[in-house]
Design a protein around this ligand. Sequence first.
Ligand code: 6CS
Ligand code: FE
Length: 294
Amino acid sequence: MSLTDNRITDRYPTRTAEPAPHIERTDPTVWGTIETEQLAGFDTDGFTVFDGLLGRDEVVDFAAEVDRLTRDPELVLDERLVIEKGSNQVRSIFEVHQFSSMVADLVRESRIAGLARQILGSEVYIHQSRINYMPGLSGAGFYWHSDFETWHAEDGMPAPRAVSLSIALTENYAFNGSLMLMPGSHRTFVPCQGATPAKHYRESLREQQIGVPSGQDITELAAVRGITQFTGKPGSALLFDSNIMHGSANNITPFARSNIFVVFNSVENTLVEPFAADSPRPTYIADRSFTPLG
Ligand code: 6CS
Ligand code: FE
């Protein structure tokens, strides 16, 4: 598909020159058949919390794995490692399922990939995986955004037929930068203003400024949807729709917050040319091999 084709069929135009009205989602929010009882509210809320998705021993093992990776001297100069803007601490490590067999094995287990299949109604592949490590005292948050807005604009994801799973490896308190979400906001696409700069990802993965809604957008959406927060013990997990409005505050507590983050996309929603960027982002941020997990 060429760039021109994309633009003709673009149902979610964004990165516009002028403010644009919100777009009601035309795509389904659940494509498959829900079998896991806990997913019953996903259609309405756009997210589901799972307590104890990982057992205690697993949390210990994965926390040790994450610790090992954040200290791995071979990764120091690797572009997949993102450092905090205000300090020299590790913020994220991308494509973690490619170099940690523990993570690779975990995410293809049916208790995990099976959740994504139920929501997406097809075979799935990993669009993005990362470890997010928010250090204590100096961890920087992320302003409000929809992930799909970026994946559509910069990666060429056609429709919001993807889900993310964030597995907590440390306790998520209300005060250590836990994710805030607007329930039901996955049904509204908020176009963002401003053209995508070249190599935007180098900046946006540390602090996103393009592809974020205006203050008025956030005010309007929050008035209708309200705001909730994902808190939970280590091993708990949050599954959420690719278009839900979410963000996090800085972490000034001494309690670090780390999680394994994996994005499943439907094999029927594979990437095309970016809808609002000159060239696609590197494949360690947005995979283009589309290998089904099954
Ligand atoms: O770039 C990404 O893929 C993800 N990261 C940020 C900061 N925004 C969009 C999306 O959540
Ligand atoms: Fe996000």
